[in-house]
Design a protein around this ligand. Sequence first.
Ligand code: NAP
Ligand code: MG
Length: 453
Amino acid sequence: MTTFDVLNPATAATITSVKHSTVAETDAAIDAAAKAFETWRHVAPADRARLLRRFADLVDQHLEELAQIEVANAGHTIGNARWEAGNVRDVLEYYAAAPERNLGKQIPVAGGLDITFNEPLGVVGIIVPWNFPMPIAGWGFAPALAAGNTVVLKPAEITPLSAIRLGELALEAGIPAGVFTVITGSGSEVGWRFVTNEKVAKVCFTGSTRVGKMIMAGAAEQVKRITLELGGKSANIVFADSDLELAAARAPYGVFDNAGQDCCARSRILVERSAYDRFLEMLEPAVKGVKVGDPNLEETEMGPLVSAQQLSVVSSFVPEGAPVAFQGTAPSGPGFWFPPTVLTPASASDRAVVEEIFGPVVVVLPFDDEADAIRIANDTAYGLSGSIWTNNVGKAIRVARGVEAGNLSVNSHSSVRYNTPFGGFKQSGIGRELGPDALLSFSDVKNVFIATE
Ligand code: NAP
Ligand code: MG
């Protein structure tokens, strides 16, 4: 059996090693999920709901344990990690209400009765990245199971521990074996097998746009259903008529949360030219005030990057001579640390302006007016999230409608709520997770006509 060492990113110490599953083992897990589907799909809606609520209760009872796992394995701050475990519970509770409310339609037609059913797809393969291992897993498996599918889930190779524990809790909750299986291994073997195995009806992928394109192309072979949640390069648009002090105080948390390893990171701050200097003056103490350090401490606001590889990727965006306006602090010594960093590049084609960095590095750029702000915000292949800071309601709405992105917030950096839809425009993805409609992306509509004449 081959295994993979799992590290603590705050110390670079090895925590444990995890099994690297083979393609044959992946096929066996998919076969078991296909077999389990035949019974799971027929479990009475109220019973399926009860099992999901029990699963949610067990997640709640193990919230602290799950949070500690994520602090150790992903370097998330304890505050964030508790929120993330709580989010899995909330998403399970939310979709536990769905089996009994998975309503079809009755459509008036001539000569009979016409009704629709939301039929489950079968086996759903969920591929999870390392940046938010628990929430992203839950956004997939909770609605998929609620809609009557069975699930095989592959966590990222470097952050598998919380998913493994969630798989155990599902069994303990009474969800039958084979209904929800966590299988560890590499993306190119286990993950790719979800794409090529014909018994997998849908692949739900969150990760890089590069791999997302491969998944989409591979899925075309079988016209396999997909949901893709990919990268981002989101804009935080600050108008001169906003509460500038508040906008500057909050801006670091819109991009440096989770050490910037957030697909929704507002990694381009666009500031109206008349307020640009004043904003930067106020941003400096806010950035220097971000508490970076031991993720186990309650007061810590930012931990390490997830891996040595991510540290080298992020560092490459801040070479000698980079246009650094100012930087915060980070611990020295072992672990994968990088300080919050603000760049003021002169050119719109600078690599740091164009590419997703996925680390605590933000660029600040000036704009001239409302139209210019929208133009710069949309000058990217991505379209995931964004923020607009202004005290003019009409302008806030016009700009929100003008920005090509799936998740916008006004005078706030909030993107994710379990009860509202989440997903990307353009190359940030296809499909929506969470909210009232996600259930439908785990089913196909069947129309049935019954003649009455
Ligand atoms: P990644 O390399 O695309 O990996 C994501 C997942 O896909 C991992 O589980 C990975 O397995 C697996 N994978 C890799 N190659 C595969 C293949 N050929 N076939 C099937 N699965 C494969 O991305 P990452 O480096 O983990 O995560 C960072 C990126 O994800 C960023 O670009 C970020 O923006 C994006 N992201 C987007 C969202 C969103 O909601 N829009 C959320 C989180 C992250 P391994 O672990 O073995 O590599
Ligand atoms: Mg990768």
